[in-house]
Design a protein around this ligand. Structure first.
Ligand SMILES: [Zn+2]
Length: 438
């Protein structure tokens, strides 16, 4: 059956489109975009077309979250492929990339296959596994990139653990480049960050907490930029959080180095000032930075230095967060708040809606080499429908994620995904998920 979406404002940065149009879906693909498309079309009876009136809403290419943790296999008490996929669909994400720090970790094709199969069976969102750079994320021996790529990985990363050995990183970049796989860098010099609990600065001094210096992130970004320039391999810097990091990336891009970058909503929404409450939900890695760093992240987003917004969705059980600040695990969930927090940037005038869609769909697709992030006729019909005026309050009990480590409880939000299509099928509609099998 065909589906006709009528009357929406369609924003597709891949074809410079921002206007009221109709969009026709046929056999899971975008068939046509135009003014006043007739559902019957040439030779078709209206019976065979489902018409959905989307007046007042925004239609974009399906959102893609380039950095999530689904914790499956191994930590299913935090999240499973099923609950993670449900959270993705409800957050407006038709596709997600999942990091390799599961247990066992994704350093071989068996784990890659498991993740892909489970997501397919569930059928709520596309799951693209990220393979490990090193066996066991130990930074010693290279994983089988070719084997994992054949099984479906779209990038490699030891995210959660930095690759400290520069020689090893160089070899990994060279091998990954030969396979056309981007390398995602968790940029952290653990000798510089060891023992730190929060951003090193005025607030950490006042609180007497050991600091994590910005330089601990920047040193590694500088190294990975140099290694990218030297090897010609594509490096993607995960969760950028500091002013210095943005400056390094800006400079590298001006020199045509193959580096891309993402940040997460918490790095442009929250600062270390909030840690005076010692709320462990605010403990993340890299840590929440200073108010000045928050400004710099916004500047980096605005001028294109930061290509993508990723949630770094990192679910943890209550028992892993309800501990003294020192012992609580790092990370917060984000799939179901990412879009609304990012829309604040549009309201502030930091980004246009089209730039936002680039950073949450078109650019992530480009970075990972996916045939998504576009509404061009012929493209796969992954689509997100956004109600920009929907007001809602964060209530994590309503979230589909299995974990509740969300620092935005009771925050008023404006803007919400109200429909998520994957391959032309509605997977999320208003507040309910499509029937799924797992
Ligand atoms: Zn990381």
């Amino acid at each position: 059956m065909k589906t006709l979406l009528t009357g929406a404002r369609i924003i597709d940065p891949s074809q410079d489109l921002d206007g009221i149009r109709d969009l026709l879906i046929d056999e899971g693909r975008i068939a046509e975009i135009g003014q006043d498309l007739k559902p019957g079309g040439a030779g078709n009876s209206n019976m065979n077309v489902r018409v959905i009136d989307l007046k007042g809403l925004i239609v974009t290419p399906g959102l893609i979250d380039i950095h999530t943790h689904f914790r499956d296999p191994g930590f299913e008490y935090k999240e499973t492929v099923e609950t993670g996929s449900a959270a993705a669909a409800a957050g407006g994400f038709s596709a997600v990339a999942c990091m390799a720090n599961t247990d066992p970790c994704n350093d071989n094709r068996a784990v890659t296959n498991y993740m892909i199969q489970k997501a397919k069976a569930c059928g709520l969102a596309r799951l693209y596994p990220v393979g490990a750079i090193s066996i066991g994320l130990k930074g010693e021996k290279m994983a089988e990139y070719a084997d994992m790529k054949a099984a479906g990985i779209v990038a490699i990363s030891d995210d959660g653990r930095p690759v400290m050995n520069s020689r090893f990183m160089r070899m990994a970049l060279e091998y990954a480049q030969s396979l056309d796989l981007p390398v995602i860098s968790h940029a952290e010099d653990t000798d510089l960050t060891a023992g730190g609990l929060m951003h090193e600065g005025k607030v950490s001094t006042e609180l007497g907490l050991p600091g994590i210096p910005a330089i601990g992130e920047e040193v590694m970004i500088a190294r990975d930029i140099l290694l990218s320039a030297y090897t010609g391999a594509a490096v993607h810097i995960a969760h950028v959080s500091t002013r210095g990091a943005v400056a390094l990336l800006r400079n590298a891009k001006a020199g045509n180095i193959r580096v891309t970058a993402e940040t997460a909503p918490h790095y442009f929404t929250l600062s270390d000032e909030l840690l005076r409450e010692f709320d462990t939900r605010l403990k993340v890695n890299p840590p929440l930075r200073s108010a000045d760093d928050v400004l710099a992240i916004k500047e980096g987003l605005r001028d294109g230095t930061i290509d993508a917004i990723a949630s770094d969705h990192a679910p943890h059980a209550d028992t892993e967060k309800a501990l003294e600040f020192e012992y609580a695990l790092s990370g917060m969930i984000g799939l179901e708040t990412s879009l609304a927090l990012s829309l604040r940037l549009v309201k502030e005038g930091c980004l246009t809606l089209s730039q936002l869609v680039s950073k949450m769909s078109t650019n992530p697709a480009k970075i990972l080499g996916l045939p998504l992030g576009t509404l061009r006729p012929g493209a796969i019909a992954d689509i997100t429908v956004i109600d920009p005026d929907r007001h809602w309050n964060v209530d994590s009990q309503q979230f589909h994620s299995k974990s509740r480590n969300c620092p935005y409880e009771n925050w008023p939000m404006q803007g919400k995904a109200v429909m998520t299509f994957v391959g032309g099928e509605i997977k999320y509609n208003g507040s309910s998920l499509a029937d799924h099998d797992c």
